[in-house]
Design a protein around this ligand. Sequence first.
Ligand code: 5MM
Length: 340
Amino acid sequence: MNLAELNKVALAMTAPGKGILAADESTGTIKKRFDAINVECTEDNRRDYREMLFRAAEGMRHISGVILYDETIWQKAKDGTPLVEIIKKAGSIPGIKVDEGTKPLPNCPGELITAGLDKLPDRLPKYYEQGARFAKWRAVIDIGAGIPSYAAISTNAHALARYAALCQAAQIVPIVEPEVLMDGDHDIDRCYEVTEFVLKETFQQLYYQKVALEGMVLKPNMAISGKKSAKKASVEEVAEKTVKMLKACVPGAVPGIAFLSGGQSDEEATAHLDAMNKIGNLPWSLTFSYGRALQHAPQKAWSGKSENVAAAQRVFAHRAAMNGLASRGQWKQDLEKKAA
Ligand code: 5MM
C-alpha cells in the first residue's frame, strides 16, 4: 500500500470548493428515479442520462469525484468514449460502489447487513485497472422502536472496516459510509445519539482492521430530525450538533468528510453544509457526496428528452456550484433566488 498516494487521492476528493457526485444508483434505485420522470429504465437511457451529467463541463468543475455503479464503469458513451475517460477529462476522479446491497440480518428483525465482501479482493484490482481510484460501501442503520441493536451496529461496522482494509491493500481509497436513516419520527437528539454510537463503533473497527485513516474518506449522515419528526431542527441546530458529534468521533487524521444527503431537500442539504463550514476551525474538510440532492433537479429538467439536455446540464451546474460554495462556507440563499 502506498499511503502517500492514497492520502493525495483522499485530499483531492474532499478539496474545498468541490465535492463528490454519487451516481451509483443500483438498477432498482435508478428505475425508481426514472419512474418519477416517466423514463423507461433501459441500459441506453441509464447511459444517456449519466453521460449527460459527466459531459456537463460547468457542473463538473465542482465535482472532485464520481461514484459509479458497476454497469456504468464499463459503459461507453454514444460516440464510443469510455464514460470513465469523460470523467477524467473533466478533471474528476472515477470511483466505484463495491457493496452488493443489503440483506436481512439474522436475529435482528427489521435490520440489515451490507453484502459483498466475499469476492471483493478479486474485484478491486479490475476496478483499479478500469480507472477507479476510490470505492464506496454503504451500511444502513435504521432508527425505530427497539432498533438499532448493538448486533446490527457492530456487524455493519465490522464489514465497513473489512471493506476499507481490502480497498487500501488494492491501492483504492475507501469511502466509509455508515448511514443512519432519517426516515423515522425521531428527533435530532435521537439521531445524534445513534450516529455517535455508530461512528464510535466504526472507528473502533477501522482501528482493529489497521485501516490507515489518512487514506480514507468518511461519508456520514448529518445529525438531523427524522422526516416524520414533530419537531424539525433549524439549519443552525443541525450544523452545530453535527459538527459537535463529528468532533467527538472522527480523528483529525481523516483528511475529509463528505456527507450524504439522505432525503433532505436540495436546498436544505446545501444550507446545512454551508452552515457547518461557516462555523470553521475544523480538523478535516467538510464537503458533499450527494446523490439525490445533486440529481433531483437535473433529472426533472431532463425527463428523458434529448432537447432538454442543455437545460438539465445548466440545472446540474447550478446545484454543483451551490454545493461547491457551501463546502467553503460561502453560499448565500440569494444565489438560489437569482438562479430561479
Ligand atoms: C446514489 O444512491 C446510492 C446508491 O443507492 P442504492 O445502492 O440503494 O441504489 C446511495 O448509496 C448514495 O450514494 C448515498 O446514500 C448518498 O445518496 P443521497 O441521495 O442520500 O445523497
